[in-house]
Design a protein around this ligand. Sequence first.
Ligand SMILES: Cc1cc2nc3c(=O)[nH]c(=O)nc-3n(C[C@H](O)[C@H](O)[C@H](O)COP(=O)(O)OP(=O)(O)OC[C@H]3O[C@@H](n4cnc5c(N)ncnc54)[C@H](O)[C@@H]3O)c2cc1C
Length: 267
Amino acid sequence: MYTANFRYSRPKTLAEAEALFHAGVDAKYLAGGQTLIPTMKARLAAPSDLIDLSRLPGLSFMREESNALIIGAGTCHADVAASPVVKKAIPALADLAGGIGDTAVRHRGTLGGSVANNDPAADYPAALIALGATVKTTRRVILAEDFFTGMFATALEPSEIVTEVSFPTPSRAAYVKFRNPASRYAMVGVFVAKRTDGVRVAITGAGHSVFRVPEMEAALAKNFTPAAIAGIAISSDGLNGDLFGSAEYRAHLVTVMAKRAVAAALV
Ligand SMILES: Cc1cc2nc3c(=O)[nH]c(=O)nc-3n(C[C@H](O)[C@H](O)[C@H](O)COP(=O)(O)OP(=O)(O)OC[C@H]3O[C@@H](n4cnc5c(N)ncnc54)[C@H](O)[C@@H]3O)c2cc1C
């Protein structure tokens, strides 16, 4: 029988967590475990040490602060979805969190785990990019644009811990996704945000990592209506294709979902 063999620890401070990480051979932080545990069960990861961040004090919070919404990395998706603070400041973010996975996933999975993992089909990365968010870690503050560096890759150094994300409040925003009916991850998800400095359109699920569509952003900056982007098609080159949908299908979905996102943002 296969037995996973790892040391489990539950640090009381961020500094202790980082020290435990350095002491391990191939250590991993554990937050909600909604990605890491299935990955271990599938034997795709076998960390020497699991350092549980889920009981660390001060990582689960949501507050509004001078035109920004700050959410602690340990905040679970269900809390973001239900939060009156989030619903008032950026309702699109509450909608996004409420559409992640299923009830069990939403009650365990965290914002920090989602951004640190940077799954190409995860929902939060689109919100961070469209809203121009910044990621605060135990060492620095990183612009979302610089944080997501590729498929399952981020700017995080091995022992660095995400502590919070700051989302500037947009004047209008919406997130819509075309779900994979089995996993509920995005086949294509589009986050549209109208900000004081223009419009951003961020796409998840279609490519190897979240990306923006400058042509749509320019058209929407002039005319924020679904019609303004109806004629803009993106190339399928480099997009994901799998048994659920080809790259061409995903490219088509980008325009369809972007129009829906703009329509939703106008409601
Ligand atoms: C059935 C199912 C359906 C899902 N559907 C969706 C979906 O529709 N949309 C979606 O976006 N996601 C979906 N997810 C993923 C879910 O959102 C996870 O919550 C998320 O990917 C990981 O968060 P976690 O807190 O569980 O992290 P974990 O699984 O505990 O950790 C994931 C990775 O992040 C690292 N990590 C965790 N926290 C931190 C931190 N604070 N700082 C640095 N590194 C950290 C860990 O070391 C690990 O490498 C789904 C998952 C499942 C199992």
